[in-house]
Ligand binder design. Structure first.
Ligand SMILES: [Zn+2]
Length: 452
């Protein structure tokens, strides 16, 4: 018994050191980290080209001030380091308060009682793209995520309304009572009905459950009535005869309600699970878990609503970006990351992150079929606004109703560029699109035009 208890104890110590140690030392609840701040000046956070996004200034009396030269541009992704921590300031706290300055210099500092200078966090963020996303969203509430499908690099993440990280201390009470929830990172923590962007998930479920999906045919008369519920196509348009491709391109609610009714719910839920609903997401930042709660007990009405992205399903713009990334990358989701490398303060690389596969979310055949349908959305469907640019796009639009009377809506767009050799993945949500008339597809277009 003694030997086995001893082995269990050793096993735990090894596990703790190999697996848990970094998480615990990095945890924002670990007060030991704050002791580092007595010995190290917090390092800088830089964009991918070395532009300073956050830095600590030390005055003659040794008082330190954290400055964010870009003001509110990167607010949610950088976070803050006063009044608790958020964003990169939180998850990279340990690196920012660790100094890999040259050893002799550290010894000299030690003798002189001077602080060492912390390491720099060089991110994958692209300032020009961030500015374009920030400008395109304007004063509207919502979020934008831009990623690179082939590597998993997060290039831009904007959430509006935003706040000025330079004055978080002063504004704290206001920010925490503000009904717009400006501190919330809507990109990763926002929970929205996916609207028609969810038809990509429904399409995949249908493809998996029907090997002859390409011979699917439906005649849309602009509405479908079943189980006491009537579902209309947007603008009461009758789309006429459609196959699966055209159903996606037209974002036909009646055809997708019909598709939904034919689905095996258990398998539908499995497909959603494989696309990371009700699951942990790979994420460098705090995020809200997506929900897909449809069950066999639900009514047919609920099934129809769920198939068109209404119902009880909830998702963040970030999660939709991950699904789109997998489609763009032959079904393979790369592990998303925000930190390219850690350098010491003079620029010598300490650690470098490389692209890493996270999971194959679907087969490459499924991914290329969904791509073909998403191209049709741009070529002849609901995202024609993106046709004929100097870059190609495959995408899906969405309108998510969020009031009982179905008049209040959020607008969605997810897609990727340079379809033959995918480049950028973009996910956009614009809240309250019913009053502003701003469509997410047009926000995406502004960002992409500015980038290309
Ligand atoms: Zn229709």
């Amino acid at each position: 018994m003694f030997v086995s208890l001893f082995l269990v104890l050793m096993g735990y110590i090894v596990y703790f050191n190999v697996v848990e140690a970094k998480n615990i030392i990095n945890s924002p609840y670990n007060r030991r980290q704050d002791l580092f701040a007595d010995r190290v000046v917090r390092g800088k956070i830089l964009d991918k080209d070395g532009e300073v996004l956050a830095e600590t200034e030390v005055d003659e009396d040794g008082n330190e001030t954290r400055n964010y030269p870009q003001d509110d541009l990167f607010a949610h992704v950088l976070g803050y380091s006063v009044k608790g921590k958020a964003g990169l300031e939180s998850v990279e706290n340990f690196n920012l308060l660790t100094s890999n300055a040259f050893i002799l210099e550290k010894i000299v500092n030690e003798f002189q009682g001077k602080k060492n200078i912390g390491d720099n966090v060089v991110t994958t963020l692209d300032t020009d793209l961030q500015q374009a996303a920030y400008d395109a969203l304007g004063d509207h509430k919502g979020a934008v995520v831009v990623m690179e499908a082939s590597t998993g690099k997060i290039l831009s993440m904007v959430s509006k309304p935003t706040y000025d990280p330079n004055s978080v201390s002063e504004d704290w009470t206001k920010l925490n009572t503000d009904e717009d929830s400006a501190l919330l990172n809507r990109a990763t923590q926002g929970k929205y009905a996916p609207g028609s962007t969810f038809k990509l998930v429904t399409t995949l479920a249908f493809m998996r459950q029907n090997s002859n999906y390409e011979s699917y045919s439906y005649d849309c008369s602009s509405e479908i009535e079943h189980d006491g519920t009537t579902i209309h196509c947007s603008g009461d348009v009758a789309h006429g005869k459609e196959d699966l491709r055209l159903s996606v391109a037209n974002s036909c609610n009646t055809s997708f309600s019909n598709i939904g009714l034919s689905l095996n719910i258990k398998k539908y839920r499995e497909t959603a699970k494989e696309l990371l609903f009700n699951s942990e997401l790979p994420s460098p930042l705090m995020y809200g878990e997506s929900k897909f709660v449809l069950s066999e007990k639900d009514s047919d009405a609920e099934l129809m609503m769920t198939s068109i992205g209404q119902g009880k399903t909830q998702v963040s713009p970030y999660h939709m970006a991950l699904i789109t990334s997998a489609i763009a990358n032959g079904g393979k989701l790369m592990k998303p990351y925000l930190v390219d490398r850690i350098t010491n303060y003079s620029g010598t690389t300490v650690t470098k992150n490389m692209p890493e596969e996270y999971k194959q979310l679907m087969t490459s055949e499924e991914a290329s079929k969904l791509t073909e349908y998403m191209e049709a959305v741009v070529e002849e469907g609901t995202a024609k606004a993106l046709r004929g640019q100097n870059y190609t796009v495959a995408g899906k639009t969405g309108t998510a109703e969020y009031s009982i009377d179905k008049t209040k809506t959020h607008s969605w767009f997810v897609g990727f560029t340079n379809v033959d050799n995918p480049d950028l993945v973009i996910s956009v949500v614009v809240e309250g699109a019913d009053t502003s008339g701003v469509r997410a597809v047009n926000v995406a277009k502004k960002i992409l035009n500015s980038y290309y």
